[in-house]
Structure formats: structure tokens, C-alpha cells
Write a protein that binds this ligand. Sequence first.
Ligand code: COA
Length: 232
Amino acid sequence: MPRPLPDLKYPDQHCDLWSVSLNEPYSEAELFELLSRDEKRRLDRFSNKTARRGFVCSRGVLRRLIGSYLGQNPKKLEFAFNDHGKPRLKDFPNCFFNISHSRDRLVLLFAPCCCGIDIECSTRKVDFQPILRRFFAEEEIASWQLQPEPVTAFFRGWTRKEAFLKATGVGIRGLNKVRISFAPELAEPVIWLDQSFGLNDRWFFEDFFIEPSYPGCIVLQNKQLPIHFHSF
Ligand SMILES: CC(C)(COP(=O)(O)OP(=O)(O)OC[C@H]1O[C@@H](n2cnc3c(N)ncnc32)[C@H](O)[C@@H]1OP(=O)(O)O)[C@@H](O)C(=O)NCCC(=O)NCCS
């Protein structure tokens, strides 16, 4: 059995952002032991070792953290998924979390409300123009073109949009249903939102960096809360 974590208090006035470096010497075997039969089966899909380690760590660490927050056996936690693949806990509807991976980093967000998170590694080579044309509307591209630092701005806009799509749970299906601004320091960078998201909700965005080459964004539904950063 992996070493137990200290009991964690589930956040109610802030959100907890856990950052994991996959280069740390976690015992993959110990985390693997926490996975469900389905999760172990999912591993067959991964052909390379890095992707496999990423999945084992993400599910293993997720189970350990939730186990400690909720005082539950991490192995017995059961997950369910919405139609677009967003995971949630079957028996604990008030435990809100979301995960994002990039390269050798993994982040896990826990909040007292529906939430989404995205990080990207900003040192990877990206040909911006085709990506912008494929995933962003004209209005968004125009907002990017106004920014003095194109690389920083690109990842700011990308992680905002992705975190929003993950908070709402629609994933890539919602790509054309929201337009965001690439400009810095905006409390609510939504330029336009499709009415199918409902008019009663407010979505709060918070840009962050876990380190200079890993920008990210979190989106919270109807709550504006500070982020507490932790390393696993
Ligand atoms: C799955 C998706 C939600 C994000 O994928 P991604 O950016 O490749 O990956 P991330 O690492 O940030 O997130 C993956 C995690 O999100 C969670 N997730 C899966 N589907 C989700 C959904 N519909 N909503 C919220 N979270 C979801 C899962 O926990 C998953 O990790 P796991 O498989 O280890 O459990 C999906 O929206 C997608 O395929 N996006 C493509 C990206 C894109 O086209 N972006 C355009 C520019 S914004």
C-alpha cells in the first residue's frame, strides 16, 4: 500500500490546485494498484511508456487525493462520465475536480463548485496560424493579433478556452459555442457565449503559471475563489 496522505480538508472557500511532475520517482506500481479494473483495461490503449505512466499517475494520484479529502479507501472510489467524457465521482456529487496533462506535468483541481482546468507546455513548437484558424473564430483571432506577445497570448487564450470547455463538460463539441479574448488581466474573458450554456451562470476565469513554461487557466461556475497551490 502507498504511504497514506495526511487527512486533507476539502476546500470550501478556495480551490486546491495540485501539481505533479511525472519525472519524480513515484512508484508506478503502487499507484497502479489503486486503479479499478476498467482503468487497468484502459491502459492497454497506450502504446508508449510515457503516456501509460501519465495515465497511471493521473488516476492513481486522483484516487489518493480524493481518498484523503473524503476519508475513503482510494481503491473503492467509483467514477462516472458525462456524455463527453468528463469524469465525476458516482457517490459524492459535491466533490468537484478536473485534470489536465501536458508533457511531464499533471495538474488536478478540486473546488466547491463545477470546475475546469487546462495547462499547456509553452516551449513546444507551435505553428499558430493553422491552429488558430482551425479552433478559433475570427473575433478571437483578431483579439490574439492585438497582443504584443504572440506566444504568451496564444497559450493564454488556448488554456482559457479549453478550461471553459472542460468546466462546462462539453469538451471539444463546444468549440464553436464560446469565444474568448486573448487579452491579459480580464476577470471574465468571454466575448460571446452560445445560449445553450444558459443565462443564469457566471463563469470565473483565473490564469496561472505552475512554472514559467507551463501556463494554465481554471474556470469556476458561479464562484470567484483564490487558488491554493500544492505540489504532490
Ligand atoms: C478531453 C478534452 C476535454 C481535453 O483534452 P486534452 O486537452 O487533450 O487533455 P487534458 O489533459 O487537458 O484533459 C484530459 C482530462 O480531462 C478530463 N476530461 C475528459 N473529458 C472531459 C470533458 N468533456 N470535460 C471536462 N474534462 C474532461 C479527463 O480527466 C482527462 O484526463 P484522463 O483521461 O487522464 O482522465 C477534450 O476537450 C479535447 O479533446 N479537447 C481537444 C483540445 C482542443 O481541440 N482544443 C482546442 C483549442 S481550445
